[in-house]
Structures are given as C-alpha cells and as structure tokens.
Write a protein that binds this ligand. Sequence first.
Ligand SMILES: CSC[C@H]1O[C@@H](n2cnc3c(O)ncnc32)[C@H](O)[C@@H]1O
Ligand SMILES: [Zn+2]
Length: 438
Amino acid sequence: MQTIDTLLVASHVIPVSPSPAVLADHAVAIDAGRIVAVVPAAEALARFDAKKVVRLDHHALIPGLVNLHCHAAMTLMRGLADDQPLMTWLQDHIWPAEGKHVGDAFVHDGSLLAMAEMLRGGVTCVNDMYFFPEATARAALRAKMRACLGIIAIEFPSAYAPDANGYLAKGLATRDAYRDEPLLAFSLAPHAPYTVGDETLKRIAVLSEELDLPIHTHVHETQDEIAQGLAQHGVRPLERLRKLGIVGPRLIAVHAVHLEPIEIELLAREGASVAHCPSSNLKLASGFAPIAALRAKGVNVGVGTDGAASNNRLDVFTEMRTAALLAKAVSGNAATVTAHEALRMATLDAARAIGLEREIGSIEVGKQADLAAVELSSLETLPCFDPVSHLVYAAGREHVSHVWVAGEARLEERRLLDLDETELREKARWWQRKLQAP
Ligand SMILES: CSC[C@H]1O[C@@H](n2cnc3c(O)ncnc32)[C@H](O)[C@@H]1O
Ligand SMILES: [Zn+2]
C-alpha cells in the first residue's frame, strides 16, 4: 500500500484532458499537493493508504475553474452603477469612485470577499488586474487561492502610483517580494490601448519577453474604443498593439468583441489568447465576441467574469453557460462550443493563457490538485444522462460542494475552511457605508 495524503472517490471524474472522457467510479489520489493517480475506485482503494478519504458518491469531480479575467477588489462596487455603457460606466461612475476609495485596505478586503465568492463557486485560480496588487496577493495567500496578479500600467495617477513607470516599478517590486509563493504568478497588465501610451506599451513588450510574463489587457471591447483609436492613432487598437510588439503568444486579449477577419487571423497566427467575458459584454452592451470564428482559426479562448461591478457575479458556471449559448446564437451553429468545450475553456484553456497549463487546468498525474466537486443529485440536476452537459447547462455554482487548492481542502460541504464568513460580511457592510457616505 502506498501512503498518500488524500483519496477522492467520486461517482464521476471529468479530467478534461488528455481526453474529453467521463470516468465513472474513479478516484483521484493526492500527495504533497499533486495528483499521483487517476484510477478506478476499486483499484485506488486497494492500492493507496490515504490519511483522508473523501467519498463523493453523487458528484462530478472537475479541475478547479480558472477565472481568466477579473478585478477582484471591485466586489466592493457590485451594483454601484448598473445599466450604463462602458465609457459612461467607467468615466462617470467607476473611475470617480476608485479615485475616492481605492487603497490598500479596499483592495485587500474586496479581493478577499471576491475570493470567498469564487472558491464557493468552484474557482481555484483567478487572473486579476487591479490597483494595489500587493494587497490582492495578501488576500490570495489568506484565502489560500491561486492567483495570477497584474503588474498594472495606466497613464493616469492614482493613490497607488503617479504614472505608468511608477505602476510598473511597484508591480515589479511586488513580483520580487512574492516570487517564492507557489500560489502566486504574475502578468503585465496595461489597462487598455486607450489609457496606455506607446512608450509604456513598448516597455511592456520588452519586459514580457525578458521576464516571460503574459500580457493581460482589455482590447476591442467596444466600437467606440476602435473609432477613438482610429481617430487618434490612424490604426485600429489591435494593429497599434501589434506594431508595438504586444501581440504574441503571451497576449491575453480581454473581450476582443469587435474583430475583423484579418484580426482573427492575426491573433491565430501569433498564438495569442482571448479572455471571453460574455456577461460583462452583455451587461455593458459591448457586443457579441466572435468566439466560434476565433476557435475555428485555432485561437485559445478562456472565460472570465470581469469585475463584480460589470457582471455582477464572479460566477464561472454562468460564464461557461453563457459562452456556450451565445456562441451558438452568434454563429448560427448549435454544434459550436459543446458542453465539454465550454468546460475546457473555463479550465485548461484559461490555464494555458496564463502559462500554467502544465500545472493546473486538468486532472492529470503530476499536476497540482486544484479540484472542485459538483453535487449532481439535486432535483434540478436529475436525471443525469451526461454529467458534462449538466455542469454547463443545468448546474450552477450553488452545486459546488468541495474545493481543493494544491491538495488542501478550501471548501467542505459548502463551508469555507479558511475564511470567516461573518467577518467578510461585516467588512462588506462597512465598505458599503463608506462608499455611500456623502
Ligand atoms: C488598472 S486597474 C483595472 C481598471 O480597469 C477598470 N475596468 C473594470 N472593468 C473594465 C472593463 O470592462 N473595461 C475597461 N476597464 C475596466 C477598473 O475599473 C480599473 O480602473
Ligand atoms: Zn476588465
């Protein structure tokens, strides 16, 4: 018998890769935070002496979901400014509120609230972009959740930094300070082509190459952004980014709603990824991203929630479902983005975009044990002919019962093990009062 830390015995294991299989009555063996075997349950019980055995008799065990685009701290602005188009929302509501309130404590408390919400929804890794990423790093370590943190750049001053070089210097210092934390990774995160100048973008292209960091940026979110970019620079924003060296295999193009066929070809040729945020695009009336066309050309597409001020849920289950439904409607092809493809977009494809596909995103031997168990015996998920279908089309985040990050339980029977829900509620209410104060 081989001694291991944990054995998860599930009625269905959905590894996502190497094949889109559904493994009935299988077990996942975990030791030192990593997956050491994925085998039939009977074999696992005979082979492993586990310190802890968790029986998941009515569950699908899936890779932890990866939220490919978020501004975690914006949970504290959830519902603050609804029903506005992007630029009105940003310029008249969000940026003034951020100018007034965003600081280290705001970002720490908002990020912690976001991480509690995400863990409860089966999300084990978030790709984040926000002011004070050091505060988000502390929140991630406290929540014991995996995070890829943006070293942000924007050309206007904030409480965090006075100018783009200041933002980059602070972000790079945070990366240095946390470089040995196994749960943390970093990206370069210029906010968007309309808020970041040529010199800063050129510097980011060089840094990305030198430090092997992904570039996480909003691009082609709205038609207005493209018209403004054309008027100001004579080319569309994506073409400007290309000229400045930003478009390549490390690029995560967030939104990418409005794309000409030649731009889809460019993203495919360069091996770039797209972070598709369907709920945010619908709510801000930004448009419908051409996901079927992107995927048909081989562009890697992951899903993200965007921040809670434009979604307003940090719910990757909803994003998977909406992504699959929208792709069918937009392409006129019901066979596009199948349930398994949607699940893969929310796990392995998102992991690939942040350069973590060898570590997370699927249930494979050697990978980190970032996992979620989804209970499928509720009335709303019965009968169950195909668990993958249910995960995308019928179940929701409320069916997530257990979550593990690096082999450690974070959620058990829907109870967060490392975070105090009462404290999180009190903090959220305290910030609400502060934001509402005249
Ligand atoms: C530089 S920190 C991130 C910055 O982005 C703002 N933001 C949030 N959602 C969006 C979006 O959909 N498009 C553009 N910018 C967005 C956020 O409020 C911060 O200021
Ligand atoms: Zn965003």
